[in-house]
Design a protein around this ligand. Structure first.
Ligand code: 9MR
Length: 372
């Protein structure tokens, strides 16, 4: 169905807010092992036909996701990896306000729609990321300096537009992203908290999302929970408070951006602690930097530890009660696609190398999935 979204804006030209909801929604080890097995029965694979690695999604009993960027889906190699291995897609940045909200207050959905269409074609779930984020304070909102009521109305309108547009395809949404301060000593100050109050911002965003799609699981999501105890404590206190306030929080995100030197066991302990609330858990953005933490001098060791961390994360996730296994998501496909590689070209944080070949991290995941 073709829809016209020209009318979706933060506010109408007279400065009055458009509060009406929009229209209805629209291993390496493994490869060697298989080769040896075939050789043993006298049927060696021809060199020109490498044994394909198994699709991760066929091995995982829970949804397994990655983030993607719309223009990259035009590249057959990238699209092939995304479709073959993953059963859930998160937009890396094209469903954020920074892309969607234009300076004049209008919304653009072209790239999010392209990702949604790709997911639909490939029988994948879409995960919505992210509605309210301290790092996104678009001009269109910042200029709304009228009464609190109009700011709140504009935020409700935005959340309603986003969530209802992908209703039925998006299994869940990060409603609040990264609410906890870097040092873990409290909640972040942002445009949203200043205008609506710490509690008010959560209430508005969650309630609008719930009304727009009662079936979507609504998440709070944060990072460095496994490496900063203060951050985990504050995050858990916030979750407790949201539940006490009756906010329709339905799931807990644990981004899991980490580095090779992270202590073994930290990811497991964090997931266990978060699972104590009984809500679904999304391990939502995993990558393991091989350069952060100073291991650059010993790349081989960094990569061994990195593979072990991926394996540990899968084991810990698979050990959660089944009803709490929302999804396990890695933050990108090939190393060269990673935001970390843009920060340090030497980094190799993901499951596939620059050429799209599976790495030992991939094998570690396969092994952990098979060992369940
Ligand atoms: O990986 C994302 C990068 O490409 C974007 O430029 C950036 C800003 O939108 O966001 C990155 O993704 C972040 C995610 O949305 C929230 N958690 C941290 C991720 C890495 O910075």
């Amino acid at each position: 169905m073709k829809r016209d979204y020209e009318g979706d804006r933060l506010s109408c030209p007279k400065g009055q807010l458009n509060l009406s909801p929009p229209a209805a929604p629209v291993s390496r080890r493994l490869i060697l092992a298989s080769g040896l097995a075939l050789a043993a029965c006298g049927r060696e694979p021809a060199l020109s036909q490498p044994i394909p690695e198994p699709p991760l999604k066929s091995l995982a009993p829970f949804p397994i996701g990655t983030c993607v960027r719309a223009p990259d889906l035009e590249d057959p190699a990238y699209a092939g990896l995304a479709a073959r291995h993953f059963s859930q897609l998160t937009a890396e940045w094209e469903m954020k306000m920074e892309y969607v909200v234009q300076p004049d207050g209008s919304f653009r959905f072209d790239r999010a729609d392209a990702i949604a269409a790709f997911a639909r074609r490939n029988g994948q779930r879409l995960f919505g990321h992210t509605l309210l984020w301290y790092a996104n304070e678009p001009e269109g909102f910042a200029r709304l300096d009228e009464s609190r009521q109009s700011f709140e109305g504009a935020l409700r309108n935005y959340v309603t537009a986003m969530v209802s547009r992908y209703r039925g395809l998006a299994s869940g949404w990060d409603v609040i992203n990264e609410p906890v301060m870097e040092n873990g000593e409290g909640l972040r100050d942002s445009l949203w908290s200043r205008k609506l109050g710490q509690t008010g911002q959560f209430k508005v965003a969650f309630e609008a999302a719930r009304a727009a799609d009662p079936a979507a699981v609504l998440f709070v999501n944060d990072y460095h929970l496994e490496s900063r105890p203060a951050k985990l404590r504050t995050y858990m206190t916030l979750i407790e408070q949201l539940l006490k306030d009756g906010v329709p929080l339905g799931g807990i995100g644990c981004q899991t951006h980490c580095w090779s030197e992270l202590a073994p066991g930290a990811i497991t302990a964090t997931l266990k602690a978060l699972a104590g609330f009984g809500l679904p858990i999304h391990l939502s953005e995993m990558d393991v930097s091989t350069v952060q933490g100073g291991m650059l001098a010993n790349r081989a060791e960094a990569e061994r530890r990195q593979a072990r961390l991926y394996g540990e994360a899968i084991e810990a996730f698979a050990a959660l009660p089944e009803r709490q296994q929302f999804a396990f998501t890695v933050w990108g496909l090939r190393d060269r696609d990673s935001w970390l590689k843009r920060e340090n070209a030497q980094d190799r944080p993901l499951l596939f190398d620059d050429a799209g070949r599976p790495k030992p991290t991939f094998a570690a995941i396969v092994d952990a999935l098979r060992a369940r």
